[in-house]
Design a protein around this ligand. Structure first.
Ligand SMILES: NC(=O)c1ccc[n+]([C@@H]2O[C@H](COP(=O)([O-])OP(=O)(O)OC[C@H]3O[C@@H](n4cnc5c(N)ncnc54)[C@H](OP(=O)(O)O)[C@@H]3O)[C@@H](O)[C@H]2O)c1
Length: 257
């Protein structure tokens, strides 16, 4: 039995992953943005060990989530699942002055990774769209470019792979991988999404708990339990270090311990 924490798990793939792990006998801690969503999560998975609340839009909210999660005890695995989508129609600035897709999709997994006591395994939800992402950090907060929601999402999902691979390199005793669930009809994916919903929560749970040798690797990108090539930028140590430094400066929190 493993203890697994899943961010953004009041709904969608996070909840599905929690339900799948619970059916397998694992102890699942869910996460919801507020008390109302925590009630929804509790109803959807009454057997959840705990439900952590906090809005990942702000650095203060990210810190709240990390502290509340840590207070429940050490996890065997954390699945960084919370995310916002590729249809964001405009640039939204958070209370910290950050662009909100970057804040939720990139800075939150960075800061939670840095603050939560390291588990044995980390899984980062990326997307096939990461392949069209740009990793140059030339304008990560979209203050100079005209807004392009699909590009902002692609960039953020590339940064998730960069982060997963950076952690794999910096923390050799932790298994850290990124994956795509496919394009599936959740709230984010939309009703026309073509991929197989029944497979969508499988790979992240498998990477979190399976003892199969294929799942006990680090620094890989997966789709439906198979390793797939990632955007080559994610393996570039200069890119990794630049992202980690940027996030560390934004949060005044180092990844290195
Ligand atoms: N669906 C797809 O086709 C697809 C494809 C590739 C990758 N992915 C990735 O899979 C992950 C899960 O996506 P999904 O399809 O399950 O999306 P979803 O149905 O929209 O669920 C996203 C979850 O994240 C939570 N969340 C979003 N912003 C948050 C915030 N500021 N604070 C706290 N929680 C927040 C949402 O909470 P609320 O429900 O309260 O909003 C929800 O529980 C994402 O990282 C996404 O990028 C999805």
């Amino acid at each position: 039995m493993s203890r697994v924490f899943i961010t953004g798990s009041a709904d969608g793939l996070g909840l599905m992953a929690g339900q799948l792990l619970a059916r397998q006998g694992h102890a699942v801690t869910l996460h919801a943005r507020n008390d109302r969503r925590a009630d929804d999560a509790r109803r959807a998975l009454p057997s959840a060990e705990a439900i952590v609340t906090g809005d990942l839009t702000t650095i203060a909210g990210m810190r709240q989530v990390a502290a509340a999660a840590d207070a429940t005890g050490r996890f065997d695995a954390v699945i960084h699942n919370a995310g916002i989508g590729y249809r964001e129609p405009r640039r939204v600035e958070t209370d910290d002055g950050l662009e909100h897709v970057f804040a939720v999709n990139v800075l939150a997994p960075y800061l939670l990774t840095a603050l939560i006591e390291p588990p044995a395994r980390l899984v980062y939800l990326s997307s096939g769209m990461h392949r069209g992402g740009r990793a140059d950090l030339a304008d990560p907060q979209w203050t100079r470019r005209p807004w392009d929601g699909a590009q902002a999402y692609s960039d953020s999902k590339l940064f998730d792979v960069v982060l997963a691979f950076a952690v794999a390199r910096l923390w050799p005793d932790v298994l850290s991988n990124a994956m795509t669930p496919g394009w599936v009809p959740t709230k984010m994916g939309g009703p026309g999404a073509p991929d197989d919903m029944s497979l969508a929560p499988v790979t992240q749970t498998w990477l979190a708990v399976s003892t199969a040798p294929e799942a006990m690797v680090s620094g890989e990108f997966f789709y439906h339990q198979k390793p797939r090539p990632a955007n080559p930028a994610a393996r570039d140590v200069t890119v990794q270090n630049r992202l980690v430094r940027y996030c560390a400066d934004l949060t005044s929190t180092e990844l290195d311990r």
